[in-house]
Design a protein around this ligand. Sequence first.
Ligand code: ZN
Length: 272
Amino acid sequence: MIETRTNSITLCSFKNLMKQKEICHFVTTRMNGCSLNPYGSLNLGFHVGDDPQAVVENRKQIANSMGIPLSNFITSKQVHGDHIEIISENSRGCGSSDYETAIVATDAMITSVQNICLMVLVADCVPVLFFDVRKKIIGAVHAGWKGTVLRISQKTVMLMKDKFGSSGNDILVGIGPSIGPCCYQVDIATIVKNNNDLKEKGEIVLHEKHDGKGYFDLWATNKLQLIKLGIPEKNIETANICTSCNNSVFYSYRKENGKTGRFGVGIMLNNK
Ligand SMILES: [Zn+2]
């Protein structure tokens, strides 16, 4: 990932997506915002108990530094499910400045509409961005362990193929900062209990360390699932940044015992 500072805000970008002039995208951090602890300081989530005015101010800062009106942003009410919403012009601005109007029960969004910024909010879950360079389709996915075992990234690509005729070869992917395999200790039995087929098909990466504890590799699992769908490995960039290890820069739900903010990961198709 590349770090850029604009108007006193630090934003990160994927190298592969940065080269694409038809889109803009960003990964925010928790630095240089106006929220108070435990949300300090650039919290973008309305649903975590922070002062809504502070969240609006923080979102305006991001919008200003990207040069995108906040009214062109779209967010959703994320529920760790696998519903993917195809965003049309009608939804422009939904959830941009409040929680109530956010797209209901949705963890992934795709669109072919220009000047709509799809933004997912995370703190340990993996944000995944998609861009079909040929069909000009973008996608933004929120995948925690539940979304990952539900194969939400794969399902997003399948929908891009079905609705827009995308081909795996043309899709670029950015897998953003999330809790890493270094820190994401899980109960492997629970994870594979209802998802044994994932293990059988080799579409999940769990590390069992010598201490007998299991660690879920969300990055490798999402990547593996996408490669299985025909996206070339060279098209997939992984940030390899653990939110728990880098808690001063990114929010980590687990490291902060659930009382924290959310950083944002967004993508938009520019005007032709
Ligand atoms: Zn870590």
